[in-house]
Every structure is written in structure tokens, then in C-alpha cells.
Design a protein around this ligand. Sequence first.
Ligand code: ADP
Ligand code: ZN
Ligand code: ZN
Length: 751
Amino acid sequence: MPLPLPGFFTYALPSSMEALVQVGCRVIVPFGRTKYYTAIVSRIHKEKPEGYAVKSVSELIDTTPILLPSQLEFWQWMADYYLCALGDVYKAALPAGLKLESDGEEIVRRFKPKEEARVRLGENFQSEESLHALFDSLRKTPKQLDLLMRLLELSNHFGKERKEVSKHQLMKDEASSAAAFNGLVGKGVFQTYTVEIGRLSSSNNQETVVKHVLNAPQQKALEEILETFQQKNVCLLHGVTSSGKTEIYIQLIEQALAEGKQVLYLLPEIALTTQITQRLQRVFGNKLGIYHSKFSDNERVEIWQKQLSQEPFDVILGVRSSVFLPFQRLGLVIVDEEHENTYKQQDPAPRYHARNAAIMLAHKAGAKTLLGTATPSIESWYNATEAGKYGLVQLTERYRELQLPEIKAVDIHELRHKKLMHGAFSPDLLNAMRDALGRGEQVILFQNRRGFAPMIECHNCGWIPRCVNCDVTLTYHRSSNQLVCHYCGHSITPPQVCPACEEADIRSIGAGTERVEEEIKTYFPEVKVARMDLDTTRSRSSYEQLIRDFEQGKTRILIGTQMISKGLDFGNVSVVGILNADLMLSYPDFRAYERAFQLMAQVAGRAGRKNKRGLVLLQTSDVKHPIIDQVRRNDYKGMVEMQLAERQMFRYPPYYRMVYVYLKHRNASLLDQMAQTMATRLRLIFGDRVMGPDRPPVARVQKLFIRKIMLKFEMKVNPLRIRELLLKVQQDLLSEDKFKTLTVYYDVDPA
Ligand code: ADP
Ligand code: ZN
Ligand code: ZN
């Protein structure tokens, strides 16, 4: 059932359905007094449950399974490992169009097949004589005659092979008149009918391009990967930015297809699919399918069904959720930019990590997994080195000996002190931008905060507006003139005078992408600027447009949040500015330094053109910070070694497995009591592996208070045993009256 409830439910099968039903088929079942849900058949048996009246299945939707047995197994693994209900996985996995729901009345079928209106000549006019008579009779209505001639032509009426004609095709011509069309339908000359057609656009470019020939280092890496796969299921490809990792993936995909296998190619972000899609489509044409949330639900249903058919896509390019698609003969999984934390689903359950889930998916299918990145996650690095679980292949040269960029740190603390900063810009950065633009080159600016200003503040009394629902300050968005909560979306118009002291002296502090954009326009009024963040990329086409315009040089400066750090490949960018590194370094999380390094190294990697070394200016008020130094020297190993030492000392991943237990309630003091009780009971079982309860950085969201208990387990402890014990404590607690209203959920391997 698509519900956050544990276990399975048993329903009686009417004899009429008995011969038709199979495991993996959808059925509609009654639930509670008035509800109906789409359930998936997981087992067919003859064991009548005791103690309650078994309800009957209302309707059988499928006669062939929509879920493969391997998928059901994968779902079960995910629910077990990530401590959630199977129904949570079901809800996340199936496109909404395959789930029918009702509140007691009619069941809504969300999936609508796409239809096309077509036109043909009426039965009475098929013979030659009747057609001639028709021509005569239409002489006085030349528009109808024209339209008739057009249909005869399009349908190849007098030729050997007749063709079907869509109404759209017929009416496309400007001369075609709707009145004439209706007139002909009225006379029975035209007959209209509809046919079901698919939405999946079959791209016409079928493997037109010969793929690139690998250079020597790339060829060597490819061979090493294939060798690794002889012994290991997972291989980490650590290749600097622009070393040609994607070219290697293409070769591996070809090999898998030649062996009759399917490939799943995972990307962390929809923004990235645009560029990679083009590159893959050139080589794989119609064999490539794309799957992500910016596609309409109907399209996603069609891809799902195609993957179950006799002719599935051989290659699926997609984000996180594509691990849930049906694969009949998976042979290879590629996880590109494997270090990206957008692979981790935060809310709602299942809070899975798509990289790790993909490794499990591949493992169950007997397939291989390749993890690729310029800045491996510390976990993957550890697994490929100390732990010896994965193979490790390295690519240290950029393609065509392109040099890695020069990275300079700029001390904005001192510049601010000397009043030399121009808003968010240091003189060095402005000069470098001016030079680059003057040479006809492009610039990327990275500011990891959207909106106009992170905060507004009363200059008189220090009042700061906060969200009424959440424990966060509101961000000012200039274009909409609103203060917005980035957690719940709550927004208000900024007050003219301070509600606390009634002074009219409210100012904004700090800069978001929107403000950076505005400042640039004052320094470079004649230069076209684009901004890429969550606010400017709500639709699929807006992403594509932004990227295309920058690729084609229509925009010269691109400002963005972490969205621009991921593997975008532009040929004319010579300067990259990191406006403020301090934000990333001060984030209260054990992964903050790792993440800051990855982000900065990735953004820096966007700089550099053929025959010319790129320049990166890294603005920070802490130039001596070890991470800043490691980024500057491109010292990944130095960073990893330092971080691993700290992680081991303070008991963090990859040496320990972490589980966060989250508790939510409307009443803060009740919640504190309940959290204390739960932590005490957990300590009885797990001892000093239990930490907290604590307030998380954001301790209230959407009117619910939140507390967090942190658990750290040695890697050798079996996750299933952890699950068992945790759920036991939870069940005992929630069965007591005073805890009934408490919400408990888990985050396993938080990221
Ligand atoms: P990465 O994925 O490591 O960042 P890419 O595969 O995007 O690197 O390669 C960077 C650029 O170099 C791309 O434009 C790509 O087309 C080009 N390139 C890399 N290897 C080759 C090759 N062997 N032949 C032709 N072009 C290549
Ligand atoms: Zn005030
Ligand atoms: Zn809020």
C-alpha cells in the first residue's frame, strides 16, 4: 500500500481475477471506511488471516506486472536500510500517474494517453466517380476544394501507399480554413478519428556521429577500469575536471550495449542533463531515454512502461529517482559527480542516497558501478583506498594539456577594513573581469546563496525578521519585494518601519545571487548577465535556455549557486570568482570542510580555455584556513588525509555509521521531555553510541519543533540489527498514551 505503515495487507481475490493476477500487478483495494488505494500484489497465497474479516480486491488494473520482482526486492532493501516503511518507497518510486487514489467516490486515473486527431476521406467518396462528382459539386466553394486536394495529396491518395494524415498537419497551411474543414465534415467528405500516440519524442538523429578517439591517458584509464571490473563490482574514477571522464563513460556504455546490457547513467542535478543529453544523444540516438522530475507525469509513465516492454531504452540518463525505473538487463551503472550531496534525498522518506542505492541496485542485478568525479567523497575515497572495497583509477591530466587554473585567494577582511571593497567585489576581481570581458571571454561568479540579501536588519535596534513557522531568518528577494522563508515558503512584504522600535532604518546585510546580479549591472552596464539558481530555473526550458545562451556567448557573465559547480563544460570562461568562501566554511556540520573543498574545486574547474590558463579569485576573510590553501594548491589528497584523521578521531563516517533520530511535536516542552525519555531508553541498549537530544540548526519547521538524537555505530554492526532495536524502542514508546502524538523518523547516513 502507498502508505507509511509497516508490513503487508491481505485481501481476498475474487475468482474472476484469479487466473489473471500476478505478483507486481496493481489492484484497487478498499482501505478504512471510505478510501480506495492502488496496492501492488506482492504475494499470492492461501493463508487466511485470523481475527479480522478480509476485504476483497475491488479491481485488477494490470494483467501484466508493472513492477519486476527485482524491484520489489530493491524496495524492501531500501525500506530496511533507511528505516522507513515499504509504502514510503512505493510512493517515491512510482510516477504519480501509475497511482490511482480516491476518497470513496470515483477513482481518479491520472495517466492520460496522448491522442491525435486524424482525418480521412469519407467512405462514400472512395470510388473514382464519386470523387469526380464531388469535385464538380465543390466548384462553388473553392476553399473546401483546396482543402480536399490538400488531403488527397498528403494521404498520397492516388499513389500506391496511402498515408494517415493528422488534422494538425492538414490545417497547418495558412490557406486551410476551419470553416471549410467543418463544412467538409458536415457533408461526410471528411471523417475524423483519434489514435493513441506516445509522448516520447523519438529523436531523429540516429547515431549520426562517430565518437571521439580516446587519447593515451584516457585509453589507459579505460583499460584499468575494465581490469578492475574483473575483480571488483565498483570502481572509482578520480579524474580532474575536463580530463574526459564523459568520453570514457561513452566507451563503457558502448561496450555494455554490445553485450546486450542496459546502462543507468546518474547525474546529481537536472541542470546537468541538458549538456550531457546532447553529447549522449549524438552517439546513442534513440537508445537514450531521459528521466527526471521536470518531465510531466504522463511522460514518466510512458518511460516506465517502455522500460517494461520488449523494446526498452538501452541507456537511461537521469537523476536520483531513476534508480526506481524497471531494468530488465542492467549491466552498468555510472554515477557521475558521485560526491554531490544532492544525491541524498532529504525529505520525505525514503531518505536514501542515490549513489549507494545505485550500487546496491547494480549489485543485485550482477552489474558493475563506476563512480566518477574530480573530487571524490571522503567515503568513496576511503572505500577505494584504505578499505579496499572499490577499485581506484586516476586521470591526472586535462584533455589537450589544458592547464588547471591559477587560484588566488583574496583577503576581503583586510579590504573591508580599508574600505576597498565594492559591495561583494574586490578590486582584483573587478579588474580580472574587466580584462576577460575586454578580450571577449566569459566570467562565472559563484555565490552560494540565492535571493537578494540573506537578511534585513533594523540598523537602530538590531531587529531581524524571522519566519513565524520555522526557526530561521527570512531572505529578502528584491524582484518580488518579499521576505521569504527558504524552508516553508512563507513570505511577507518587508515593513517600512521597524516593528520593534518604529525607526525607519531597515537595511539589508550580506549578498545573495540577486544582489550580486544587480551590483554587476552597475559595474558592467553594457554586459549581458544571467543568473542560475532555484528561482530562475523552475521549468525545464528555463535551465536549457540559460545554459544555451551562455554557451553561445549571448550572456557573458553567469552568476549562480552550487548549481553551476556541477560538471558544466563551457569553452570560453577564463575567470571564475568565488565571492565568499566563509559561508561554506562556517556551516555547522562535520562535512562542511569536505563540501567547501569540493564546491570550490569544482567551481574553479569551470575556468580555463584552450591554450590559455584560467584564473580563479577566491574571496575569503580567512586566507590562512587550511581548506583555502588546499583548494589553492588543488591538493585533494591533503584535504582527504586531514579530514580522515579528524573523522577517525571524532568517530564520524566513513569509520562510523551515523543515524539521526528526529522527533517532532507542536509543543516544545513536551517534545523535550519525550526526547529525553527516548534518548535514555536508547542509551540502555546502545550506551555511549547515543548523543543528544539536541536542537538541530533549524529547530522548528512549519510550526513543528524538532529535536535530534545522534547515533554512531561501528561499521561492523549489522544495519538490520540496528533497525530491529530502534524500531522496538520506538514502538514501545509510541504505544504509551502520552507519546501518541509524537512523530519519529530516521535519517540513515545523513549527508
Ligand atoms: P570531464 O567529464 O572529465 O569533465 P569531458 O569529458 O567533459 O571531461 O571533456 C572535456 C572536454 O574535452 C569536452 O568538451 C570533450 O568533448 C573534450 N574531450 C575530452 N576527451 C576528448 C577526446 N578524446 N577527443 C575529443 N574531445 C575530447
Ligand atoms: Zn528597530
Ligand atoms: Zn518557514
